[in-house]
Design a protein around this ligand. Structure first.
Ligand code: NAD
Length: 498
C-alpha cells in the first residue's frame, strides 16, 4: 500500500510506529497510510530548519521572489496531476480541486511581489539630526497546521508568505488528505528553495502539541474547527508564540425581497452544496426577508436541488462528490436527524443516498430544511455538509441580527438590488468577510482572509499585508550621526524630539 511519509531535509531511518488511514472517499477504500509523527520527527525537522533559515533570510528578497515565480510555473505545469491527487483524497470534483490549487497560487503570485511588501518606513529628520526607519525581519521558524478541506490553498496561504519573507516553515497537514502538501513541498525544492527551508511533518494531536510546545518555533498558523483552534491558540500563546487560529463557520445569505431570485438560487446551489458543503466559506443558512420571498425562494430551490448531480469526484458532470470519510458522513447525517428532532421541516432529505457502483463511497444527497429557528442546535453549530437551512426573517433588522448574533462570524452575503440596504448591511453586520451579491466572499490574495468571533482566534489575518505582518517582526531604528558639537540636551531626561 502507498505510504505518505514526512518530507524532511534529513529523512529518518524509520517513520515510527503509528499510522493513519487515508481513504478514497469515492470508493470508501483505504488507499494509503500516513505516518503519524512524534516529537522525534519534529526535532529532526526543527534541526534542519534552524540550519537552513539564516541563509534563506540572508537571500535578498528579489531572489526569494524568483523561487516563487518558479514554483508558480511548476504548479501550473503539474496542475492536472495535483488536482487528481487532491480529488482522490478529499473527494471534491476535479474542477473544484483546481480551484483549490489556483486560490493557493494566487497567494504565491502576491509573494512574487514580496520585495515591495517588505519595504520599511522612513522618517527623515524626526528630531534634530535624527532619522527613524523600520524594517521587517523574519521570525525564524514558523509552522502551519491545516484542515482537510483545502489541502492546497491553506498550506499555500501560510507557507507562501512565511517563506517569501525569509522564514523556514514546517507544515503539518490534515492526516485525512496529506499527499498534496508533500507534493507542493517537492515542487518548492524543484523551484530552487534550499533544503530544510520547507518541510512537511504528518501527525495528529501528538504532533500538534509538539509543535505548540517547541521553543524554537516562533509562530503557528492554524486553520480547522473552532474548539481545536481555541485550544491551539491558548497553548501556543502560553508557550510564548505568535498564533493565528482560524475556526469554524456558519455563513448566512440574506435574500432581500428585491433580489434576483434565479441568480440567488444558482449562487446558493453552488455555495451550499459545492464541495459537499465542506467549505468554511460555504453558505449553509439562507435568510429570506419577508414571507413572499421565503415562499418564492423555496419554490425555486427545490427543483434546483433535484437537478444537482452527485457523483464521483472525477465525473466532469458532477456538481459535487463525496464527503471526506465515513465518520464525517455519519456526523452530517446525525445533524440532519437533530434538525428533524428539533422540529425544523426537512423539505429535501439527502440521507440514504447511494451511487450505483460506488455503494461504499461517502456520498450524501443535498438536504433542505425550512422553518429553522435560531434556538435550534442544528442552527447554532456547524454541520459542514450538503445541508441548506432556511431561517425566515420578517424584515431587514431581523435578518441583520441573525449572523451578527451567531457564535461564528466568518463570512456572510446579502443579495439585493438596493445599494443602500447593501451598504447598511456591510457596515453594521458583526462578521469578518461580507459578500454583496457575491455568495462566497473569499478575499483575493492581496487582501486578507479572516473571520470574527469564534471563527478566528488571534488578531492578524491570513495572506496579503496582514500575512506579511504576521510572519515578520518590526524593528525600528532611531539614528543620529553627531557632527561633534555638543547638543546641549540633558541626558537624564527621557529623549524628546523637541
Ligand atoms: P480539525 O479541527 O479536525 O483539524 C484541523 C487540524 O487540527 C488538523 O491538522 C488536525 O490534525 C488537527 N487536530 C485535530 N484534532 C486535534 C486535537 N484534538 N488537538 C490538536 N490538533 C488536532 O478540522 P478539519 O475537520 O480538518 O477541517 C474542517 C474545519 O476547519 C471546519 O470547522 C471548517 O470550518 C474549518 N475551516 C476554517 C477555515 C477558516 O479559515 N476559518 C478554513 C477552512 C476550514
Amino acid at each position: 500500500m502507498r505510504q505518505v511519509t514526512h518530507k524532511l531535509a534529513n529523512p529518518l531511518a524509520s517513520d515510527g510506529a503509528r499510522f493513519g488511514d487515508v481513504f478514497n472517499p469515492n470508493t470508501g477504500q483505504i488507499q494509503a497510510r500516513v505516518a503519524l509523527g512524534d516529537q522525534a520527527v519534529l526535532e529532526a525537522a526543527v534541526a534542519a530548519a534552524k540550519k537552513a533559515q539564516p541563509g534563506w533570510a540572508a537571500t535578498n528578497p528579489q531572489r526569494r521572489a524568483r523561487v516563487m515565480f518558479n514554483f508558480k510555473a511548476l504548479v501550473e505545469a503539474n496542475m492536472d496531476e495535483l488536482a487528481h491527487l487532491l480529488s482522490s483524497e478529499h473527494g471534491k470534483v476535479i474542477a473544484d480541486s483546481k480551484g483549490d490549487i489556483q486560490r493557493g497560487l494566487e497567494v504565491i503570485e502576491f509573494c512574487c511581489g514580496i520585495p515591495h511588501a517588505l519595504k520599511g518606513e522612513y522618517t527623515q529628520g524626526a528630531g534634530p539630526g535624527i532619522d527613524v526607519y523600520s524594517m521587517r525581519q523574519p521570525l525564524g521558524i514558523g509552522a502551519g497546521i491545516t484542515p482537510f478541506n483545502f489541502p492546497a490553498m491553506i498550506p499555500l496561504w501560510m507557507s507562501g508568505v512565511a517563506l517569501a519573507v525569509g522564514n523556514a516553515f514546517i507544515i503539518k497537514p490534515s492526516e485525512r488528505d496529506p499527499s498534496v502538501p508533500v507534493r507542493l513541498a517537492e515542487l518548492f525544492l524543484e523551484a530552487g528553495l534550499p533544503e530544510g527551508v520547507l518541510q512537511v511533518v504528518h501527525g495528529d494531536k501528538e504532533m500538534v502539541d509538539a509543535i505548540l510546545d517547541h521553543p524554537d518555533i516562533a509562530a503557528v498558523s492554524f486553520v480547522g474547527s473552532s474548539d481545536i483552534a481555541h485550544y491551539v491558540y491558548k497553548r501556543g500563546v502560553a508557550a510564548g508564540k505568535r498564533v493565528q487560529a482560524m475556526g469554524g463557520a456558519k455563513n448566512h445569505g440574506i435574500v432581500m425581497p428585491d433580489a434576483d431570485l434565479d441568480q440567488v438560487v444558482n449562487d446558493l446551489s453552488g455555495a451550499a452544496f459545492g464541495s459537499a458543503g465542506e467549505r468554511c466559506m460555504a453558505l449553509p443558512v439562507v435568510v429570506p426577508v419577508g414571507e413572499k420571498t421565503a415562499i418564492a425562494l423555496r419554490e425555486k430551490m427545490v427543483p434546483a436541488m433535484e437537478a444537482l448531480r452527485v457523483g464521483v469526484s472525477t465525473d466532469a458532470e458532477a456538481h459535487y462528490g463525496p464527503v471526506v470519510n465515513a465518520a464525517h458522513k455519519q456526523r452530517v447525517e446525525n445533524w440532519i436527524q437533530t434538525g428533524v428532532d428539533e422540529g425544523a421541516e426537512l423539505v429535501v432529505d439527502g440521507r440514504g443516498f447511494t451511487l450505483q457502483g460506488h455503494e461504499q463511497g461517502f456520498f450524501i444527497g443535498p438536504s433542505l430544511f425550512d422553518h429553522v429557528k435560531p434556538t435550534m442546535q442544528s442552527y447554532q453549530e456547524e454541520i459542514f455538509g450538503p445541508v441548506l437551512q432556511i431561517v425566515r426573517a420578517n424584515d431587514f433588522e431581523e435578518a441583520l441580527a441573525l449572523p451578527s448574533q451567531h457564535q461564528y462570524g466568518n463570512g456572510v452575503a446579502i443579495f439585493t438590488r438596493n445599494g443602500h440596504a447593501a451598504r447598511e448591511f456591510a457596515h453594521r453586520v458583526n462578521v469578518g468577510m461580507v459578500g454583496i451579491n457575491v455568495p462566497i466572499p473569499v478575499p483575493v490574495a492581496y487582501h486578507s482572509f479572516g473571520g470574527w468571533k469564534r471563527s478566528a482566534f488571534g488578531d492578524i489575518n491570513q495572506h496579503g499585508m496582514e500575512g506579511v505582518r504576521f510572519w515578520t517582526k518590526t524593528k525600528t531604528i532611531t539614528q543620529r550621526w553627531p557632527d561633534g558639537s555638543p547638543d546641549g540636551s540633558n541626558a537624564f531626561v527621557i529623549p524628546t524630539m523637541g
